[in-house]
Design a protein around this ligand. Structure first.
Ligand SMILES: [Fe+2]
Ligand SMILES: [Fe+2]
Length: 336
């Protein structure tokens, strides 16, 4: 066993299948003992939960080896967690985010699995419920969103921002579903690019850029002809680097030839990349990013949608408080 991780006791719902052992921690200042509280094949009864409350115990511990099982447990019970009035917005948002990260990791490990796509679809449904039910979900989700860029966190961040923005635009449930899944998968074609090119910290060469530019088409090839992926989601995958003036890739289409989902994903993709720490550029403040998108990159975006995005976001991205000073932005953003 490699160690223990604390989880809040409220993460465990009474009378549910748990499938991993729960421990309590005894002791003080550095000399701790972990005592088995319940085995994975036991359920937590209301009486035992009350006993914990009486002893003022707030946390369980799980073996770090069981982290994946714990995330799957949260995924299975996500709706219940979201509906639980005793949970805070931040707890709900944290679970929504972590569960999504785990799903994206599994999708990228096995992009052909229909079951993983089904999990993504269920996650979108739960997240939309969270957004609709909890007026603080917006700030909660931005608070838990990762500040560091990698394909997993970027995929989850863009899906979360896309669902919030889609809700703001009054998209239908079906459209939200397609947009969320499309954004979760939009960079899946990067699986076909050598990691040393993806993770390069310096400026990329011309041939490396050509390789990177193949990822929307590679993503489409991977996903097309799978009947569980809607055509609307595929618009996000293939068009998220197309620019409004036709200067984007892979097809160089522009204006009304770009689907609304392509235009939305272009905006969110750039926004998330620029507001997170990448290997070649530090995160910038949300406000500065919006100004830059509007003033120096306006050729990339559908003007009306960008205006809506600015109104939607306003000063509300809570990540702004923890951003470092703005730095000169590298033009290499286009590769994200
Ligand atoms: Fe991309
Ligand atoms: Fe992206």
């Amino acid at each position: 066993m490699s160690g223990y991780t604390a989880i809040t006791k409220d993460a465990i719902i009474e009378d549910t299948e748990i499938e991993f052992d729960l421990y309590l921690r005894n002791g003080f200042s550095g000399s701790y003992r972990y005592v088995l509280f319940s085995r994975g094949d036991e359920q937590l009864s209301p009486e035992r939960k009350e006993e914990l409350a009486n002893r003022n115990i707030q946390e369980f511990y799980i073996s770090t080896d069981d982290t994946d099982k714990y995330l799957r447990y949260q995924e299975k019970n996500l709706d219940e967690l979201i509906n639980d009035e005793d949970k805070t917005t931040l707890e709900k948002s944290g679970a929504v985010y972590k569960v999504a990260e785990n799903i994206v990791q599994d999708i990228l490990d096995d992009p052909k699995s229909g079951q993983n796509m089904q999990r993504a679809s269920e996650w979108v449904n739960s997240t939309v419920k969270h957004i609709i039910q909890d007026e603080n979900a917006f700030s909660g989700l931005f608070e838990v969103a990762s500040l560091d860029y990698n394909t997993y966190t970027h995929s989850v961040n863009t899906a979360v921002i896309g669902l919030l923005f889609g809700k703001y635009l009054s998209l239908t449930q079906h459209e939200l579903d397609c947009l969320g899944i499309g954004l979760m998968l939009h960079d899946i074609g990067k699986l076909s690019i050598p990691p040393k090119v993806i993770n390069k910290s310096g400026r990329v060469s011309g041939s490396e850029l050509d390789t990177i530019k193949k990822h929307p088409k590679a993503g489409l090839d991977l996903l097309a002809h799978r009947n569980y992926i809607d055509g609307l989601s595929l618009k996000v995958v293939i068009q998220h680097h197309e620019n409004h003036d036709g200067s984007g890739y892979p097809y160089g289409i522009g204006g009304s030839d770009i689907h609304m989902f392509g235009s939305i994903s272009r905006i969110i993709d750039v926004y998330d990349a620029m507001t997170t720490n990448r290997s070649y550029a530090k995160a910038k403040r949300p406000f500065a990013v919006l100004v830059e998108m509007k003033e120096t990159m306006s050729n990339c975006f559908n003007e009306e949608l960008l205006r809506e995005f600015v109104c939607f976001l306003g000063p509300k991205d809570s990540r702004s408080e923890i951003r470092e000073e703005d730095e000169l932005y590298s033009t290499a953003y286009a590769v994200n």
